[in-house]
Design a protein around this ligand. Structure first.
Ligand code: CA
Ligand code: CA
Length: 178
């Protein structure tokens, strides 16, 4: 992969986190992502599902900051993202899965309209996950293809382990286009 392609892929991943587009990743971006999901699925911030989503977003931000905010200013710049997040996460993809899991679990529950404290792993219909990806900024065609590819057992729903694995792979494995 040439450096231009690598830069483009990094830019897409940075933009996915920089939800308000101000050029750095901080807590506000994670809160914005949570708010967009709640609005899209008509869920309030006060209910259990809403609170779980904000709690997951905060944990995700804390994990991201711990990995990537090298100078400790509570902002992850693009340089910190490339140098810290991408390199360290590539070396330890399980860590990224763990910091992202509570948010993804809660997001699936919001998309599915189910109870996040339920005994079964969270899952959501493919169409709901596609809506979630769109509201978080994915292009229509990418959201559609990604959501369908996440339904690994083709039962029409996306389960938490598949969502976590795919999310982790997207942000930690930067490969040439097939
Ligand atoms: Ca931002
Ligand atoms: Ca920083």
């Amino acid at each position: 992969m040439d450096s231009a392609e690598y830069e483009r892929k990094i830019a897409h991943r940075f933009a996915a986190f920089d939800q308000d587009g101000n050029g750095y990743i901080d807590r506000a971006d994670f809160n914005a992502a949570a708010a967009r999901l709640l609005t899209e699925f008509g869920t309030t911030a006060r209910c259990d599902r809403g609170q779980a989503l904000y709690t997951g977003a905060e944990a995700f931000w804390q994990g991201m900051a711990g990995i990537a905010d090298v100078d400790g200013d509570q902002r992850v710049t693009r340089e910190e993202f490339v140098g810290g997040a991408v390199k360290r996460l590539r070396d330890n993809p399980d860590r990224f899965a763990e910091i992202a899991r509570p948010f993804l679990r809660a997001a699936l529950a919001v998309a599915a309209g189910s109870d996040p404290e339920g005994a079964a792993p969270a899952s959501a219909p493919v169409a709901a996950v596609e809506r979630a990806l769109r509201v978080l900024g994915a292009a229509d065609d990418i959201a559609s293809v990604a959501a369908r590819s996440l339904d690994t057992d083709q039962d029409g729903r996306i389960a938490e382990p598949d969502a976590v694995a795919a999310f982790s792979a997207y942000f930690t494995v930067i490969e040439p286009d097939a």
